[in-house]
Design a protein around this ligand. Structure first.
Ligand SMILES: Cc1ncc(COP(=O)(O)O)c(C=O)c1O
Length: 445
């Protein structure tokens, strides 16, 4: 591979003025643009031809590794066969097949799939379905939504409202009214837990307290990521999700698991719900659904939720919601090929088998300078650095930069070094990631 070549931008540092990147310091990016020319398996090919080990699976999505040949081929074939068909009052066979396949691998009782194009759309769809469900049952007073501190549910106004990262919301209010948040189920006594903290299930009881303030009969849904992802990789304390489930059931409130990151093998099963033994009423997913190769998301709902919508006159649209690209033929082809690849390569079983090695590798960093905590579950992890006084985030970005120079792509989110490699990772590559972080933190001041 050579440097990126395009007609108008022949040099990697000649990137023009037009493109506004998401979640990026534009002016800083311009001074040192990180550009990729290709990708294969565990690696990106940088614009300068270097092979970079991808410790983030793109952005928590390329679970089967980059440019997976069977997925690439399926997309190629689909593009030439049926470029587009609306999903409004018509469809194509791929949507039905993919929905059936997803229902088959989803937790028991979650049998109906609504297609979207992203995690954000999945979350907003799920929140609307939750409110619509109560209304369809004659309980229209249930409109309140409960999220959680540090939750990330995408960038739509719905997801932003239930999300729990203050900086994401600050510039864009007012958001949805009638939203409350649970606290983060974490305290420093849990630092360096390996996997799920053994204490902390009691944090779930805060939901009961919130419901007494808000009147449980006005609450539509509680939405949480089973494992907080973008907010800092916080595995749930043992028993915590079970308690949330029990409280929601007791009060007739829907429980939504946002599995945009945890879906498709991260925790060694199709969904974290299955790995952790707690079944929600609604699952949102995206990312690993197509291995990141074509944008797609989904909302998988229980029979009870679906059936509530199906009670009216059959000629009336039950859910006034959808997107032009819902169930796009290319995305369905990618989704079906992706599920086949996960199955045929046994990638979820592999993730489960590799998780203890991942845990051991990451926790081998304990005791290195500036490390405040290391958290892990499945093939997910984070190394939390102590912020340098007056320069929050500086150590995180220095570690990410040093790792990159060392040939490893990690994601810095403030002073968190976030890790979510493809599930095809081997032990040597785990070692390479950990070695890069070790050497980077030793250079920090
Ligand atoms: C848990 C969760 N929900 C929703 C989203 C939003 O997904 P998207 O960026 O595809 O809209 C993300 C993205 O990282 C996520 O992690």
């Amino acid at each position: 591979m050579t440097a990126v070549q395009t007609a108008s931008h022949p040099l990697t540092n000649d990137i023009g003025d037009s493109y506004w990147l998401p979640f990026t310091a534009m002016r800083q990016f311009r001074s040192n643009p990180m550009m990729f020319a290709g990708a294969e398996g565990m690696h990106y090919i940088a614009a300068d031809g270097r092979r970079i080990l991808d410790a983030m699976a793109g952005l928590w999505c390329v679970n089967a590794g980059h440019a997976q040949p069977r997925i690439v081929e399926a997309i190629r074939e689909a593009a030439g066969r049926l470029d587009f068909v609306s999903s409004f009052k018509m469809s194509h066979p791929g949507t039905f097949e993919l929905a059936d396949r997803l229902a088959n691998v989803a937790p028991e009782g979650l049998n109906h799939v609504f297609f979207t194009n992203s995690g954000s759309e999945s979350v907003d769809t799920a929140l609307k379905i939750a409110r619509g469900y109560h209304r369809a049952r004659g309980d229209a007073g249930r409109t309140k939504l409960i999220g959680r501190a540090k939750g990330y549910h995408g960038m739509g106004f719905g997801g932003l409202s239930v999300g729990g990262i203050g900086r994401h919301k600050r510039d864009f209010g007012p958001l949805l009214p009638d939203v409350a948040h649970l606290a983060l189920p974490y305290d420093r006594s849990m630092a360096f837990s390996q996997g799920q903290p053994s204490t902390g299930a009691g944090y779930a009881d805060e939901l009961e307290a919130l419901l007494q303030i808000n009147d449980p009969a006005t609450v539509a849904a509680v939405i949480v990521e089973p494992v907080i992802g973008s907010g800092g990789v916080y595995p749930p304390p043992v028993g915590y999700l079970d308690r949330l489930r029990a409280i929601c059931s007791r009060h007739g409130i829907l429980l939504i698991f946002d599995e945009v990151i945890t879906g498709f093998g991260r925790l060694g099963r199709t969904f974290a719900s299955q790995a952790l033994g707690v079944t929600p009423d609604i699952i949102t997913c995206a990312k690993g659904m197509t291995n990141g190769a074509v944008p797609m998301g989904g909302v998988i709902v229980s029979d009870a939720v679906f059936d509530a919508f199906m009670a009216g006159p059959p000629e009336v649209i039950e859910l006034f919601h959808g997107y032009t690209y819902s169930g796009h033929p290319l995305a369905c082809a990618a989704g079906l090929a992706t599920l086949n690849v996960y199955d045929e390569l046994g990638l979820f079983e592999r993730a489960a088998a590799m998780a203890p090695k991942w845990e051991e590798a990451l926790h081998g960093l304990k005791g290195e300078p500036h490390i405040a905590d290391i958290r892990n579950i499945g093939i997910l992890g984070v190394v939390e650095l102590t912020p340098r006084a007056g320069e929050a985030g500086a150590r995180g970005s220095q570690v990410a930069q040093a790792c990159y120079e060392d040939g490893v792509l990690v994601r810095a989110s403030g002073d968190l070094v976030v890790l979510s490699p493809p599930l095809i990772i081997d032990e040597d590559q785990m070692g390479q990631i950990v070695d890069a972080i070790r050497s980077a933190v030793r250079q920090l001041r």
